[in-house]
Write a protein of this length. Structure first.
Length: 493
Protein backbone atom coordinates (compact mmCIF):
# COMPACT_ATOMS: atom_id res chain seq x y z
CA UNK A 1 0.00 0.00 0.00
CA UNK A 2 1.34 3.40 -0.99
CA UNK A 3 1.74 5.76 1.96
CA UNK A 4 2.69 9.35 2.59
CA UNK A 5 5.46 9.02 5.15
CA UNK A 6 5.04 11.05 8.33
CA UNK A 7 8.60 12.37 8.31
CA UNK A 8 8.17 13.76 4.80
CA UNK A 9 4.72 15.31 5.09
CA UNK A 10 3.85 16.07 8.68
CA UNK A 11 7.16 17.61 9.74
CA UNK A 12 6.43 21.00 8.25
CA UNK A 13 9.55 22.71 9.55
CA UNK A 14 11.93 20.37 7.77
CA UNK A 15 14.28 22.42 5.55
CA UNK A 16 13.44 20.19 2.58
CA UNK A 17 9.68 20.54 3.08
CA UNK A 18 7.98 21.62 -0.13
CA UNK A 19 4.51 21.78 -1.58
CA UNK A 20 2.64 18.64 -0.66
CA UNK A 21 1.82 16.42 -3.63
CA UNK A 22 -1.39 14.46 -3.17
CA UNK A 23 -2.01 13.46 -6.78
CA UNK A 24 -3.29 9.91 -6.89
CA UNK A 25 -3.27 9.59 -3.09
CA UNK A 26 -6.18 8.49 -0.90
CA UNK A 27 -6.98 11.13 1.71
CA UNK A 28 -9.54 10.55 4.47
CA UNK A 29 -11.03 13.47 6.45
CA UNK A 30 -12.27 12.90 10.01
CA UNK A 31 -14.87 15.56 10.81
CA UNK A 32 -15.43 16.40 7.16
CA UNK A 33 -18.75 18.11 7.91
CA UNK A 34 -17.07 21.18 9.35
CA UNK A 35 -17.00 24.25 7.14
CA UNK A 36 -13.20 24.35 6.91
CA UNK A 37 -12.72 20.59 6.50
CA UNK A 38 -15.37 20.50 3.80
CA UNK A 39 -13.54 23.19 1.83
CA UNK A 40 -10.16 21.55 2.36
CA UNK A 41 -11.49 18.26 1.00
CA UNK A 42 -12.65 20.00 -2.17
CA UNK A 43 -9.27 21.68 -2.67
CA UNK A 44 -7.42 18.40 -2.09
CA UNK A 45 -9.65 16.58 -4.56
CA UNK A 46 -8.81 19.24 -7.15
CA UNK A 47 -5.24 17.91 -6.91
CA UNK A 48 -6.50 14.61 -8.32
CA UNK A 49 -6.61 12.93 -4.92
CA UNK A 50 -9.24 10.41 -3.90
CA UNK A 51 -11.11 11.93 -0.94
CA UNK A 52 -13.43 10.35 1.60
CA UNK A 53 -14.62 11.46 5.01
CA UNK A 54 -16.68 10.80 8.10
CA UNK A 55 -18.80 12.85 10.45
CA UNK A 56 -21.32 12.15 13.19
CA UNK A 57 -24.06 14.40 11.87
CA UNK A 58 -25.68 14.90 8.49
CA UNK A 59 -25.70 18.50 7.35
CA UNK A 60 -25.92 20.69 4.28
CA UNK A 61 -22.11 20.40 4.03
CA UNK A 62 -22.10 16.58 4.04
CA UNK A 63 -24.98 16.51 1.55
CA UNK A 64 -23.11 18.86 -0.78
CA UNK A 65 -19.96 16.74 -0.54
CA UNK A 66 -21.92 13.60 -1.44
CA UNK A 67 -23.48 15.38 -4.41
CA UNK A 68 -20.01 16.40 -5.59
CA UNK A 69 -18.81 12.79 -5.50
CA UNK A 70 -16.95 12.73 -2.15
CA UNK A 71 -18.12 9.75 -0.10
CA UNK A 72 -19.18 10.66 3.45
CA UNK A 73 -19.90 8.09 6.16
CA UNK A 74 -22.07 9.28 9.06
CA UNK A 75 -20.31 7.08 11.55
CA UNK A 76 -16.83 7.13 13.08
CA UNK A 77 -15.27 3.81 14.05
CA UNK A 78 -12.02 2.00 13.41
CA UNK A 79 -13.52 0.31 10.36
CA UNK A 80 -14.54 3.62 8.73
CA UNK A 81 -10.90 4.33 7.86
CA UNK A 82 -10.69 3.15 4.22
CA UNK A 83 -8.58 0.11 3.42
CA UNK A 84 -6.50 2.25 1.08
CA UNK A 85 -5.56 5.40 2.97
CA UNK A 86 -2.37 7.38 2.46
CA UNK A 87 -3.22 10.34 4.70
CA UNK A 88 -5.70 10.91 7.53
CA UNK A 89 -6.70 14.56 8.08
CA UNK A 90 -8.34 15.47 11.39
CA UNK A 91 -10.21 18.55 12.49
CA UNK A 92 -9.20 20.47 15.61
CA UNK A 93 -12.07 18.82 17.51
CA UNK A 94 -10.66 15.28 17.15
CA UNK A 95 -9.07 13.97 20.35
CA UNK A 96 -6.28 11.43 20.79
CA UNK A 97 -8.68 8.66 21.76
CA UNK A 98 -10.77 8.96 18.58
CA UNK A 99 -11.18 5.47 17.04
CA UNK A 100 -10.24 6.51 13.51
CA UNK A 101 -7.09 8.24 14.75
CA UNK A 102 -6.14 5.18 16.81
CA UNK A 103 -6.66 2.95 13.76
CA UNK A 104 -4.58 5.22 11.52
CA UNK A 105 -1.68 5.13 13.95
CA UNK A 106 -1.96 1.37 14.30
CA UNK A 107 -1.66 1.00 10.54
CA UNK A 108 1.14 3.55 10.21
CA UNK A 109 -0.95 5.98 8.17
CA UNK A 110 0.34 9.55 8.12
CA UNK A 111 -1.83 11.95 10.13
CA UNK A 112 -2.16 15.70 9.69
CA UNK A 113 -4.36 18.28 11.35
CA UNK A 114 -6.52 20.55 9.22
CA UNK A 115 -4.24 23.55 9.74
CA UNK A 116 -1.11 21.53 8.92
CA UNK A 117 -2.43 20.43 5.55
CA UNK A 118 -3.86 23.84 4.68
CA UNK A 119 -0.51 25.40 5.54
CA UNK A 120 1.39 22.91 3.40
CA UNK A 121 -0.94 23.57 0.48
CA UNK A 122 0.10 27.25 0.62
CA UNK A 123 3.71 26.36 -0.22
CA UNK A 124 4.39 27.11 -3.86
CA UNK A 125 1.31 29.31 -4.09
CA UNK A 126 0.49 32.88 -3.16
CA UNK A 127 -0.91 32.05 0.25
CA UNK A 128 -2.97 34.62 2.13
CA UNK A 129 -3.57 34.05 5.85
CA UNK A 130 -6.12 36.18 7.74
CA UNK A 131 -5.40 36.16 11.50
CA UNK A 132 -6.84 38.01 14.48
CA UNK A 133 -8.95 37.53 17.58
CA UNK A 134 -12.05 38.86 15.81
CA UNK A 135 -13.32 39.24 12.24
CA UNK A 136 -11.43 36.50 10.42
CA UNK A 137 -14.41 34.90 8.68
CA UNK A 138 -16.01 38.19 7.69
CA UNK A 139 -12.79 39.65 6.29
CA UNK A 140 -11.93 36.44 4.43
CA UNK A 141 -15.41 36.32 2.89
CA UNK A 142 -15.17 39.99 1.89
CA UNK A 143 -11.78 39.38 0.29
CA UNK A 144 -13.06 36.32 -1.55
CA UNK A 145 -16.06 38.27 -2.83
CA UNK A 146 -13.88 41.11 -4.10
CA UNK A 147 -11.49 38.73 -5.82
CA UNK A 148 -14.36 36.91 -7.53
CA UNK A 149 -16.03 40.12 -8.65
CA UNK A 150 -12.71 41.40 -9.99
CA UNK A 151 -12.29 38.26 -12.11
CA UNK A 152 -9.28 36.94 -10.17
CA UNK A 153 -10.84 33.50 -9.45
CA UNK A 154 -9.32 32.73 -6.01
CA UNK A 155 -9.21 29.43 -4.17
CA UNK A 156 -10.27 29.99 -0.57
CA UNK A 157 -11.66 28.53 2.64
CA UNK A 158 -13.91 30.60 4.91
CA UNK A 159 -14.99 29.41 8.35
CA UNK A 160 -18.62 30.34 7.73
CA UNK A 161 -21.22 30.04 5.01
CA UNK A 162 -21.60 32.92 2.58
CA UNK A 163 -24.09 32.31 -0.22
CA UNK A 164 -22.77 35.22 -2.24
CA UNK A 165 -19.39 33.51 -2.75
CA UNK A 166 -20.78 30.02 -3.23
CA UNK A 167 -20.67 28.79 0.38
CA UNK A 168 -17.55 28.48 2.49
CA UNK A 169 -14.94 27.47 -0.07
CA UNK A 170 -13.98 27.62 -3.71
CA UNK A 171 -11.61 25.74 -5.96
CA UNK A 172 -10.35 28.47 -8.27
CA UNK A 173 -6.99 29.22 -9.80
CA UNK A 174 -4.30 26.94 -8.35
CA UNK A 175 -1.73 29.64 -7.61
CA UNK A 176 -3.73 31.64 -5.01
CA UNK A 177 -5.03 30.18 -1.74
CA UNK A 178 -6.78 32.32 0.89
CA UNK A 179 -7.60 31.01 4.35
CA UNK A 180 -8.32 31.96 7.93
CA UNK A 181 -5.40 31.57 10.34
CA UNK A 182 -6.85 30.64 13.73
CA UNK A 183 -4.74 31.11 16.84
CA UNK A 184 -6.47 28.32 18.79
CA UNK A 185 -3.96 25.61 19.69
CA UNK A 186 -1.37 27.70 17.79
CA UNK A 187 -2.86 26.35 14.56
CA UNK A 188 -1.66 29.36 12.56
CA UNK A 189 1.94 28.33 13.18
CA UNK A 190 1.41 25.70 10.48
CA UNK A 191 0.81 28.29 7.77
CA UNK A 192 3.27 29.40 5.07
CA UNK A 193 1.75 32.65 3.82
CA UNK A 194 3.05 35.03 1.22
CA UNK A 195 0.77 37.71 2.63
CA UNK A 196 -0.45 37.83 6.22
CA UNK A 197 -3.07 39.91 8.00
CA UNK A 198 -3.43 40.52 11.74
CA UNK A 199 -6.78 42.19 12.28
CA UNK A 200 -6.50 42.59 16.05
CA UNK A 201 -5.07 40.89 19.13
CA UNK A 202 -6.75 40.35 22.50
CA UNK A 203 -7.01 37.87 25.34
CA UNK A 204 -8.74 34.67 24.26
CA UNK A 205 -8.09 30.92 24.41
CA UNK A 206 -6.45 31.41 27.78
CA UNK A 207 -6.91 27.68 28.41
CA UNK A 208 -4.23 27.26 25.73
CA UNK A 209 -2.02 30.30 26.29
CA UNK A 210 -2.39 31.18 29.94
CA UNK A 211 -1.55 34.87 29.49
CA UNK A 212 -1.77 37.77 27.07
CA UNK A 213 2.03 37.81 26.78
CA UNK A 214 1.95 34.27 25.40
CA UNK A 215 -0.72 35.29 22.88
CA UNK A 216 1.38 38.23 21.70
CA UNK A 217 4.37 35.90 21.31
CA UNK A 218 2.26 33.45 19.30
CA UNK A 219 1.13 36.17 16.89
CA UNK A 220 4.74 37.29 16.52
CA UNK A 221 5.71 33.73 15.61
CA UNK A 222 2.90 33.64 13.05
CA UNK A 223 4.20 36.86 11.50
CA UNK A 224 7.70 35.37 11.29
CA UNK A 225 6.31 32.61 9.03
CA UNK A 226 5.46 35.11 6.29
CA UNK A 227 7.78 34.79 3.32
CA UNK A 228 10.54 37.46 3.24
CA UNK A 229 9.34 38.76 -0.13
CA UNK A 230 5.76 38.91 1.18
CA UNK A 231 3.92 41.36 3.40
CA UNK A 232 2.08 41.79 6.69
CA UNK A 233 -0.91 44.12 7.06
CA UNK A 234 -1.56 44.82 10.74
CA UNK A 235 -3.92 46.95 12.81
CA UNK A 236 -2.24 50.30 13.41
CA UNK A 237 -4.20 50.95 16.60
CA UNK A 238 -3.29 47.66 18.29
CA UNK A 239 -1.36 48.02 21.53
CA UNK A 240 0.94 45.11 20.70
CA UNK A 241 1.77 45.98 17.10
CA UNK A 242 5.43 46.82 17.75
CA UNK A 243 6.05 43.64 19.73
CA UNK A 244 4.53 41.53 16.95
CA UNK A 245 6.39 43.17 14.05
CA UNK A 246 9.86 43.64 15.55
CA UNK A 247 12.59 42.14 13.38
CA UNK A 248 10.37 40.88 10.55
CA UNK A 249 11.95 40.36 7.13
CA UNK A 250 8.73 40.91 5.19
CA UNK A 251 7.22 44.28 4.34
CA UNK A 252 5.02 45.60 7.17
CA UNK A 253 2.19 48.08 6.67
CA UNK A 254 -0.45 49.30 9.09
CA UNK A 255 -4.15 49.97 8.63
CA UNK A 256 -6.61 51.75 10.91
CA UNK A 257 -8.59 54.89 11.63
CA UNK A 258 -5.57 56.92 12.74
CA UNK A 259 -4.25 59.35 10.11
CA UNK A 260 -0.75 58.02 10.84
CA UNK A 261 -1.60 54.53 9.54
CA UNK A 262 -0.11 53.54 6.19
CA UNK A 263 -3.67 52.83 5.06
CA UNK A 264 -6.02 55.27 6.80
CA UNK A 265 -9.77 54.60 7.02
CA UNK A 266 -12.46 57.25 7.40
CA UNK A 267 -16.25 56.96 7.62
CA UNK A 268 -18.56 59.70 6.39
CA UNK A 269 -22.11 59.15 7.67
CA UNK A 270 -23.39 62.37 6.15
CA UNK A 271 -21.48 62.64 2.90
CA UNK A 272 -23.34 60.03 0.87
CA UNK A 273 -24.02 61.12 -2.67
CA UNK A 274 -27.73 61.53 -3.40
CA UNK A 275 -27.85 58.68 -5.93
CA UNK A 276 -25.96 56.31 -3.63
CA UNK A 277 -28.21 57.32 -0.74
CA UNK A 278 -31.37 56.31 -2.62
CA UNK A 279 -29.92 52.97 -3.64
CA UNK A 280 -28.23 52.05 -0.35
CA UNK A 281 -30.73 53.36 2.18
CA UNK A 282 -28.33 55.97 3.49
CA UNK A 283 -25.30 53.80 4.09
CA UNK A 284 -22.15 55.74 5.04
CA UNK A 285 -19.25 56.09 2.65
CA UNK A 286 -15.96 54.50 3.68
CA UNK A 287 -12.77 55.96 2.29
CA UNK A 288 -9.28 54.45 2.27
CA UNK A 289 -6.29 56.75 1.89
CA UNK A 290 -2.64 55.86 1.34
CA UNK A 291 0.02 58.47 2.17
CA UNK A 292 -2.78 61.04 2.37
CA UNK A 293 -4.12 60.18 -1.08
CA UNK A 294 -7.63 58.72 -1.43
CA UNK A 295 -7.49 55.40 -3.28
CA UNK A 296 -10.86 53.71 -2.69
CA UNK A 297 -14.45 54.55 -1.70
CA UNK A 298 -17.34 52.19 -1.02
CA UNK A 299 -20.41 51.60 1.11
CA UNK A 300 -20.83 48.71 3.56
CA UNK A 301 -24.20 47.09 4.21
CA UNK A 302 -23.00 45.59 7.51
CA UNK A 303 -23.26 48.24 10.26
CA UNK A 304 -20.49 49.26 12.61
CA UNK A 305 -17.00 50.70 12.54
CA UNK A 306 -15.54 47.21 12.88
CA UNK A 307 -17.19 46.13 9.63
CA UNK A 308 -15.82 49.18 7.84
CA UNK A 309 -12.40 48.16 9.14
CA UNK A 310 -12.78 44.54 8.01
CA UNK A 311 -13.88 45.66 4.56
CA UNK A 312 -10.94 48.05 4.28
CA UNK A 313 -8.50 45.27 5.19
CA UNK A 314 -10.09 43.13 2.47
CA UNK A 315 -9.73 46.02 0.00
CA UNK A 316 -6.03 46.58 0.65
CA UNK A 317 -5.31 42.84 0.51
CA UNK A 318 -7.23 42.45 -2.75
CA UNK A 319 -5.21 45.29 -4.27
CA UNK A 320 -2.05 43.55 -3.14
CA UNK A 321 -3.26 40.49 -5.07
CA UNK A 322 -3.80 42.43 -8.28
CA UNK A 323 -7.30 43.95 -8.09
CA UNK A 324 -7.90 47.52 -9.27
CA UNK A 325 -9.17 50.09 -6.76
CA UNK A 326 -12.24 51.08 -8.73
CA UNK A 327 -13.31 47.46 -9.08
CA UNK A 328 -12.61 46.81 -5.39
CA UNK A 329 -14.88 49.65 -4.29
CA UNK A 330 -17.68 48.51 -6.58
CA UNK A 331 -17.40 44.93 -5.30
CA UNK A 332 -17.40 45.83 -1.61
CA UNK A 333 -20.47 47.99 -2.06
CA UNK A 334 -22.36 44.86 -3.16
CA UNK A 335 -21.23 42.56 -0.33
CA UNK A 336 -24.37 41.34 1.45
CA UNK A 337 -22.87 39.57 4.48
CA UNK A 338 -22.49 36.00 5.66
CA UNK A 339 -24.26 33.61 7.98
CA UNK A 340 -24.24 34.38 11.69
CA UNK A 341 -22.36 37.67 11.37
CA UNK A 342 -24.98 40.30 12.28
CA UNK A 343 -27.28 38.29 10.02
CA UNK A 344 -30.66 39.93 9.57
CA UNK A 345 -33.40 37.32 9.95
CA UNK A 346 -36.21 39.75 9.25
CA UNK A 347 -38.88 41.70 11.10
CA UNK A 348 -41.43 39.35 12.61
CA UNK A 349 -44.54 40.74 14.30
CA UNK A 350 -42.70 44.04 14.67
CA UNK A 351 -39.59 42.46 16.24
CA UNK A 352 -36.29 42.79 14.37
CA UNK A 353 -34.33 39.52 14.69
CA UNK A 354 -30.55 39.29 14.18
CA UNK A 355 -28.26 36.28 14.56
CA UNK A 356 -24.56 36.67 15.41
CA UNK A 357 -21.55 34.46 16.14
CA UNK A 358 -20.02 36.80 18.73
CA UNK A 359 -18.67 34.91 21.75
CA UNK A 360 -15.90 37.17 23.08
CA UNK A 361 -16.61 40.25 25.27
CA UNK A 362 -15.20 42.68 22.71
CA UNK A 363 -17.27 41.10 19.93
CA UNK A 364 -20.42 41.30 22.03
CA UNK A 365 -19.95 44.95 22.97
CA UNK A 366 -18.95 46.01 19.45
CA UNK A 367 -21.81 44.13 17.81
CA UNK A 368 -24.50 45.35 20.21
CA UNK A 369 -23.33 48.95 19.79
CA UNK A 370 -23.39 48.63 16.00
CA UNK A 371 -26.83 47.00 15.94
CA UNK A 372 -28.29 49.47 18.42
CA UNK A 373 -26.93 52.39 16.40
CA UNK A 374 -28.20 50.93 13.13
CA UNK A 375 -31.71 49.85 14.15
CA UNK A 376 -32.21 52.39 16.97
CA UNK A 377 -35.05 50.53 18.74
CA UNK A 378 -35.17 52.97 21.68
CA UNK A 379 -36.30 55.84 19.46
CA UNK A 380 -39.48 53.87 18.77
CA UNK A 381 -40.05 52.61 22.29
CA UNK A 382 -38.37 49.27 21.70
CA UNK A 383 -35.68 47.43 23.65
CA UNK A 384 -32.49 45.51 22.89
CA UNK A 385 -33.04 41.91 23.97
CA UNK A 386 -30.04 39.60 23.75
CA UNK A 387 -29.92 35.83 24.08
CA UNK A 388 -26.29 34.93 24.71
CA UNK A 389 -24.90 31.42 25.09
CA UNK A 390 -21.40 31.40 26.59
CA UNK A 391 -18.96 29.27 24.58
CA UNK A 392 -16.66 27.16 26.77
CA UNK A 393 -16.54 27.13 30.54
CA UNK A 394 -12.85 28.07 30.55
CA UNK A 395 -13.41 31.18 28.41
CA UNK A 396 -16.36 32.18 30.60
CA UNK A 397 -14.31 31.74 33.77
CA UNK A 398 -11.21 33.57 32.52
CA UNK A 399 -13.18 36.52 31.06
CA UNK A 400 -16.15 36.62 33.44
CA UNK A 401 -15.65 40.27 34.47
CA UNK A 402 -15.23 41.36 30.84
CA UNK A 403 -18.38 39.47 29.84
CA UNK A 404 -20.32 41.18 32.61
CA UNK A 405 -19.33 44.59 31.24
CA UNK A 406 -19.96 43.80 27.57
CA UNK A 407 -23.78 43.91 27.67
CA UNK A 408 -24.19 47.57 28.59
CA UNK A 409 -26.13 48.19 25.35
CA UNK A 410 -28.72 45.49 26.11
CA UNK A 411 -31.92 46.03 28.08
CA UNK A 412 -32.58 42.33 28.69
CA UNK A 413 -30.10 39.43 28.57
CA UNK A 414 -31.15 35.76 28.60
CA UNK A 415 -28.41 33.21 29.28
CA UNK A 416 -28.92 29.48 28.59
CA UNK A 417 -26.46 26.75 29.63
CA UNK A 418 -22.78 27.19 28.76
CA UNK A 419 -21.85 25.37 25.57
CA UNK A 420 -19.54 22.57 26.67
CA UNK A 421 -16.65 22.02 24.26
CA UNK A 422 -13.00 21.07 24.82
CA UNK A 423 -13.20 21.85 28.55
CA UNK A 424 -12.30 19.52 31.40
CA UNK A 425 -14.76 18.48 34.07
CA UNK A 426 -12.85 20.76 36.46
CA UNK A 427 -13.55 23.71 34.14
CA UNK A 428 -17.17 22.68 33.96
CA UNK A 429 -17.54 22.74 37.72
CA UNK A 430 -15.67 26.03 38.13
CA UNK A 431 -18.25 28.32 36.53
CA UNK A 432 -21.93 28.31 35.58
CA UNK A 433 -24.34 30.37 33.49
CA UNK A 434 -25.86 31.64 36.73
CA UNK A 435 -22.46 33.14 37.67
CA UNK A 436 -22.59 35.29 34.54
CA UNK A 437 -26.21 36.27 35.21
CA UNK A 438 -25.29 37.33 38.75
CA UNK A 439 -22.41 39.48 37.47
CA UNK A 440 -24.71 41.08 34.88
CA UNK A 441 -27.27 41.88 37.53
CA UNK A 442 -24.53 43.52 39.59
CA UNK A 443 -23.85 45.74 36.54
CA UNK A 444 -27.51 46.79 36.52
CA UNK A 445 -28.51 44.64 33.52
CA UNK A 446 -31.86 42.86 33.60
CA UNK A 447 -30.55 39.31 33.18
CA UNK A 448 -32.11 35.87 33.63
CA UNK A 449 -30.84 32.31 33.32
CA UNK A 450 -33.12 29.94 31.40
CA UNK A 451 -31.51 26.54 30.90
CA UNK A 452 -33.37 25.05 27.92
CA UNK A 453 -33.71 26.50 24.44
CA UNK A 454 -37.45 25.63 24.18
CA UNK A 455 -38.15 27.54 27.38
CA UNK A 456 -36.24 30.56 26.06
CA UNK A 457 -38.32 30.58 22.86
CA UNK A 458 -41.51 30.52 24.94
CA UNK A 459 -40.15 33.35 27.10
CA UNK A 460 -39.39 35.42 23.99
CA UNK A 461 -42.85 34.80 22.58
CA UNK A 462 -44.31 36.21 25.78
CA UNK A 463 -41.90 39.11 26.31
CA UNK A 464 -40.96 40.48 22.87
CA UNK A 465 -43.06 43.38 21.65
CA UNK A 466 -43.24 45.63 18.63
CA UNK A 467 -40.08 47.65 17.85
CA UNK A 468 -37.83 45.39 19.97
CA UNK A 469 -34.46 44.29 18.60
CA UNK A 470 -33.81 40.62 19.38
CA UNK A 471 -30.20 39.49 18.99
CA UNK A 472 -29.15 35.87 19.38
CA UNK A 473 -25.39 35.52 20.02
CA UNK A 474 -22.85 32.77 20.55
CA UNK A 475 -20.63 30.25 18.78
CA UNK A 476 -22.65 27.20 19.84
CA UNK A 477 -26.09 25.99 18.71
CA UNK A 478 -27.80 29.09 20.14
CA UNK A 479 -28.68 30.08 16.56
CA UNK A 480 -31.51 27.53 16.81
CA UNK A 481 -33.33 29.86 19.22
CA UNK A 482 -33.56 32.74 16.76
CA UNK A 483 -34.77 30.58 13.92
CA UNK A 484 -37.29 28.72 16.08
CA UNK A 485 -38.63 32.01 17.40
CA UNK A 486 -39.06 33.25 13.82
CA UNK A 487 -40.70 29.99 12.77
CA UNK A 488 -43.24 30.06 15.60
CA UNK A 489 -44.10 33.74 15.09
CA UNK A 490 -44.67 33.19 11.37
CA UNK A 491 -46.69 30.07 12.09
CA UNK A 492 -49.01 32.02 14.39
CA UNK A 493 -49.41 34.79 11.84
Amino acid sequence: MSKIRTEKVVKIDAPSAGQVNLKGKSVHFVGIGGCGMCGLARIVRAQDANCTGTDMTESAFTDALEESGIQVTLRQDMDTVPEKCDLLVISAAIKDDHPELIEARRRGIAVMKYAELLGRLMIGRTGVAIAGTHGKSTTTAMLAHVMIQCGLDPSFIVGANCEQIGGGSRVGRPDVLIGEACEFDRSFHNFHPTHGVILNLEEDHLDIYGSLDSIVEAFAQFAERIEPHGSLLINHDGAHRTAVTAGLDCRVETIGFAPQADWSISIDSTGVEEETDRQSGGLPVITIAHDGQEVCRFTCSMPGEHMAYNASVAAVTAHRLGAEWQDIGAALSTFAGLDRRMQFLGIHKGVTVVDDYGHHPTEIDTTLRALKGHYDPHSQGGRVICVFQPHQHSRTRFLLDQFAQSFSQADVVIVPHIYFVRDSEADRRAVSAQDLVYRLQQQGVLAVHIEKFDDIVRFLQQQCRENDLLTVMGAGPVWEIGREYVRQVNEKE
